[in-house]
Design a binder for this molecule. Structure first.
Ligand code: GDP
Ligand code: ZN
Length: 295
């Protein structure tokens, strides 16, 4: 009878995994052959059971505990919060990309928080974007990685969570993580596996003082939302929720139906018109994908 320890995978390179146990100790592990035979590949963020190694030796990773979610690019499991970084300017904000990421994050069961960065460059535009996303995300903040504005508040909003950053290239993810934690993101950095022909990017979860962890590689896999029946797309828009069931038609997609309460709310400014306009675009897209689903 051996006693297994429980830990969290923070890193995996060349078949060696680092698991951190509750007492904060780091253990180097190899996956048991049984796992490999079952094609169960441990991911950064996995909670696992393992048999610690004897002094100076690797231990064995025995079991991967059920994941609450996982992303594929970069591969990571059990993320609590996706920090969506949108720049107010330079690059011009791609808000439909932001909307897609919000939908995809919610589909994966990840809480989205929006950081409107580069507020120093265009404060007016930054406030505008903030207003549009306040009701859309589980938190929205104005920040500037350059001046430090809003960085403390953002750190507080993220405290205790396992989080990953995503957003347009150049939005300031790398700079923000540096401003938040004094860490350099390994964005774009490629490390070569010894003897290997191909290059791989290794993500690592970094433990933060006071609890919580941050993924050192920005995420890209939140781009594409999962295929769903178009009528359910609205369920990922929290700003529509209070009008649900009050429209003339039931169900109502809140797209172009007459007698739609969401439309009314857009008309009189209770819902951001841009968000709704882009929703209709995503709704049409999802409708097309749904039609093509057997092709
Ligand atoms: P990433 O691709 O999202 O990781 O973006 P980076 O962090 O590499 O930032 C892209 C560029 O924007 C860099 O030149 C940063 O110095 C700049 N930058 C990042 N945050 C801010 C900000 O808050 N204000 C201003 N003015 N520039 C910023
Ligand atoms: Zn409606």
């Amino acid at each position: 009878m051996t006693f297994l320890s429980e830990g969290l995978i923070t890193k995996g390179v060349g078949g060696f995994y680092t698991a951190v146990s509750a007492d904060g100790c780091a253990h180097t592990l190899r996956a048991q052959r049984k796992l490999r035979r079952q094609h169960l590949t441990p991911m950064v963020g996995d909670r696992v059971e393992f048999q610690p190694g004897a002094e100076g030796e690797e231990g064995w990773l025995v079991k991967i505990l059920p994941r609450k979610n996982h992303l594929t690019r970069p591969p990571v499991a059990n993320i609590d919060v996706a920090l969506l970084v949108v720049a107010a300017a330079s690059p011009d904000p791609d808000l439909i990309l932001a909307d897609r990421m919000l939908v995809a994050a919610r589909q994966a069961g990840i809480r989205p928080i929006v950081a409107v960065n580069k507020a120093d460059l265009d404060p007016e535009k930054a406030s505008e974007i903030l207003a549009a996303y306040r009701a859309a995300a589980d938190g929205a903040l104005l920040v500037s990685a350059r001046t430090g504005e809003g960085v403390d508040a953002l750190r507080e909003a993220l405290a205790g969570s396992v989080h990953a950053l995503s957003g347009q290239s150049g939005a300031g993810k790398s700079s923000l993580i540096n401003a938040l934690y004094g860490l350099k993101l390994t964005t774009g950095q490629v490390s070569r596996i010894e003897r290997g022909r191909h290059t791989t990017r290794h993500s690592e979860l970094i433990a933060l003082p006071g609890g919580g962890m941050v993924l050192d590689t920005p995420g890209f896999s939140l781009l594409e939302s999962e295929l769903i029946e178009p009528i359910h797309l609205k369920d990922y828009y929290p700003e529509f929720a209070r009008y649900e069931g009050d429209c003339r038609f039931s169900p109502c997609a809140h797209a172009s139906e007459p007698g739609c309460r969401v439309h009314e709310a857009v008309e009189d400014g209770r819902i951001d018109p841009g968000r709704h306009e882009r929703y209709k675009q995503l709704f049409d897209e999802m409708t097309q994908r749904w039609k093509d689903r057997y092709d």
